[in-house]
Each structure stands twice: as C-alpha cells, then as structure tokens.
Design a protein around this ligand. Structure first.
Ligand SMILES: [Zn+2]
Length: 296
C-alpha cells in the first residue's frame, strides 16, 4: 500500500499544531508538539499507519449502537455541545463548523449494559470532491450520569479533535479511511482549544484519563493516561496565558482609544470582544433545540 507509506502522520499533525497553537510561545508549542509526537511508553512508530484500523461496516456500527437505545434528549444535549464548539470566532471553531456543516453524521449512545465505563469514539470518512463526509460519534450512556457529566465536554471536544485530524488528511482512501490511530494526545490538545474557546474546559476529562491510567485501565490506543492528562493541562495553561495576554493587549488598546475619544468628546460604542466564559454544565438541563433529522 504505497499511499499509506507516503502519508506521514507526524508531519500532518505538526502542520495542524502549527496552525492552531500559533498564538502560543515557540517554547510551549515545541513542548506540546513533542508530547503529541512521542507518547510515553511507546516507541516512535506510534503513528505508523499500518497499525490503524479501517472504517467499520454499517453492520459493525449497528451492533455497537442499536437504534432502539437512542435517547433524543441525550442526542440533543450532545448536539448543543457541538453547536457551542463550532459557534465562536476562534479559527478552530470556524474550521470545525465547516467540517460539521459538510458531514452527515450519526450520534450513537452506547447503553450502560454494553459500556459500563465512560467512553467515546469517532469515526470519520472524508468525502470525495462533492460528497459529504460521513461520521459516527459514539458516546457511552454513563456519561450522562451525574458523577460523570463533567467529563462529557472534554470527551466530545476530544472526538472533534479526531474530526480535525481526519478532515485534513489527503483524499486517498488508504489514508482517509484509517481511523482510531495513536494520535490520541493530538485529539486531546485540539479538544482543549475547541472546548476553551467555547467556554468549557477539559480538566475533568484529563482527571478521568489519569485516574483510569493509575488503575491500570488505559483507554483504547492510550499508553499512558497520565501523559495525556499532563499534556492537556499544559495546553490548557498555555491557552489561559495567551488569552490573558491578548486580553491585556485589547484592554490597553481600548484605553488608548477611549482617551482619544474623550479628548474628542466621543463616547465609546465599541462591541465587547469575544471572551470565553466558564460554564457549569449539566447535560440533563441543557436547552434543547429543534434537532435535525438524523442520518443513518
Ligand atoms: Zn480518541
């Protein structure tokens, strides 16, 4: 499979990192990328495409996610998160919106009997030129239980991180149809950017990964949940630092404008710049909106 070998996943992820971490200092960018590209406890070939699996068949998916277990309230709650993630002015949010608008996807809740611990999964098949992309987003039902609901925003943002990865791959079947690779840490960091720009955070997701790892229960394709948690916190701190700096910049700029306006006797009518807010979420009480017809 020549096409697979031509695609270099590390270079691909680095290019995306350069785009979405561009506001971070060079040192921080380098540090985060090195953690993404070399997962603890694994050799350098963690991103070997030969390790990847293929897009599952419809039959496989149906077995995993029986339609009769789909709860419209939970589906609507998930859709609301995706709407928030793709509804702000950040570059990553705009890019995510473009992806979601061009994707037919199925959201599937995996029943507790099948999946007793919090888990998620994303499969993404990029469409050819004029076709829509296809995706399945799986979320375990237990994530809607009170003690797990804090994990949900981070987990969903992580899955959107996978969408960003897959959407940006070359349009070659050998590459675009391979999924669930070792790029989990990458998806985590994209998740941080996606969540934080929408006013959420991934702290509970990180804590979950770390706790599971310490119990010897690493999530699939994860070699160290602790390594992933550390990377999430580092990215999160970098986001806060950068955001604080840009806020200070905006403020001092505004002060200058105000001074000039005062001198000229003009009152300020500036719009408040977008500022992410920390939101406490309870998926059960989220505002529901008219859900679009589900595909598949
Ligand atoms: Zn993942």
């Amino acid at each position: 499979m020549a096409d697979v070998n031509e695609f270099n996943l590390s270079n691909h992820l680095t290019a995306l990192g350069n785009k979405y971490f561009q506001d971070f200092s060079e040192n921080v960018q380098t540090s985060i990328m090195s953690k993404i590209l070399k997962e603890e406890g694994h050799s350098n070939n963690v991103y070997d495409l030969d390790d990847l699996e293929w897009w599952p068949t419809d039959e496989d998916m149906k077995k995993k996610c029986p339609e009769e277990t789909q709860d419209p309230t939970k589906i609507a709650a998930i859709k609301q998160f995706l709407k928030d993630f793709s509804g702000n002015d950040s570059t990553i949010s705009k890019d995510l919106k473009e992806i979601l608008d061009n994707t037919e996807f199925t959201i599937a809740i995996r029943p507790k009997e099948q999946q007793p611990t919090p888990n998620g999964g994303a499969v993404f098949k990029k469409g050819n030129n004029n076709e829509k992309n296809k995706a399945v987003l799986m979320v375990s039902e237990v994530l809607f239980e009170k003690e797990n609901s804090d994990i949900l925003p981070g987990l969903l943002a992580h899955e959107m991180g996978h969408f960003i990865d897959f959407y940006n791959r070359p349009q070659k079947d050998d590459v675009k149809l391979k999924y669930m690779d070792g790029a989990e840490t990458f998806a985590d960091t994209m998740g941080v950017m996606i969540a934080k720009n929408a006013g959420y955070n991934c702290d509970s997701w990180a804590k979950f990964l770390q706790t599971a790892s310490e119990k010897g229960l690493n999530p699939p394709h994860t070699h160290s949940g602790t390594h992933r948690a550390k990377t999430i916190y580092e990215c999160s701190n970098a986001y806060d630092t950068t955001n604080k700096k840009s806020k200070e910049k905006t403020l001092s700029k505004k002060t200058d404008i105000e001074k000039i306006q005062q001198l000229r006797g003009i009152s300020s009518s500036e719009k408040t710049p977008y500022k992410p807010q920390t939101i406490t979420t309870n998926p059960n009480t989220l505002h529901l909106y008219q859900s679009k017809k589900q595909n598949g």
